[in-house]
Design a protein around this ligand. Structure first.
Ligand code: AMP
Length: 188
């Protein structure tokens, strides 16, 4: 049963690797960033509320995210596994997720922490901005996203280490090498 949570700073490769693993394992890849970007593009009420936070590189308020994750993890296609990418992003979200998964009787297998040095992350994000044109891949938003990561998301490393669920993987290597390290972990 594949139930994985990806942690790591923006630009660590969470999306790329989560997508590959989800294809390999045949379980949905759930990216809150993708869900929010779609909502922004479609100008749904969620998108209209989230837009300004995302453009600045701030986290959108938990009240916009928690219900959405609750719904997604009770959908039929997630009954046999999932890969979370971009959620949880703070201790409140992680606590909510713990409680939800107990309720759903869906324990997670492990939390993968993709480790990449700051200077590599910044150059990856700047490079991505010219390819994908994401609104939040400009210099100011990148700096804010890294700061938000340090303040709000990084404490989750200790949170999950305390639950003996954390596995760290070197994300500063070629994509295929990261994928094969992750495949080994999932198959172990
Ligand atoms: P990502 O694609 O995961 O880097 O997310 C892009 C942006 O979407 C973030 O900078 C946040 O503004 C927002 N976002 C994505 N996931 C979350 C989350 N779990 N909680 C709050 N905001 C989020």
């Amino acid at each position: 049963m594949t139930r994985l949570i990806f942690l790591g700073p923006p630009g660590a490769g969470k999306g790329t690797q989560a997508k590959k693993l989800s294809e390999k394992c045949g379980v949905p890849h759930i990216s809150t960033g993708d869900i929010l970007r779609t909502a922004v593009a479609l100008k749904t009420s969620l998108g209209l509320e989230a837009d300004a936070y995302m453009t600045r590189g701030d986290l959108v308020p938990d009240k916009l995210i928690l219900g959405l994750i609750g719904e997604r993890l009770t959908a039929e296609d997630t009954a046999s596994g999932w890969i979370l990418d971009g959620f949880p992003r703070n201790v409140e979200q992680a606590t909510f997720l713990d409680e939800l998964l107990v309720e759903l009787m869906q324990p997670y297998e492990c939390v993968i922490n993709l480790e990449v040095p700051d200077e590599i992350i910044i150059s990856r994000l700047i490079q991505r901005s010219s390819i994908e044109g994401r609104a939040d891949d400009n210099e100011e938003a990148i700096a804010n996203r890294l700061e938000v990561y340090r303040q709000r998301t990084e404490p989750l490393i200790a949170f999950y280490r305390g639950r003996q669920k954390l596995v760290s993987v070197d994300g500063n290597q070629p994509i295929e090498n990261v994928t094969s390290a992750l495949t080994d972990i999932v198959q172990a």
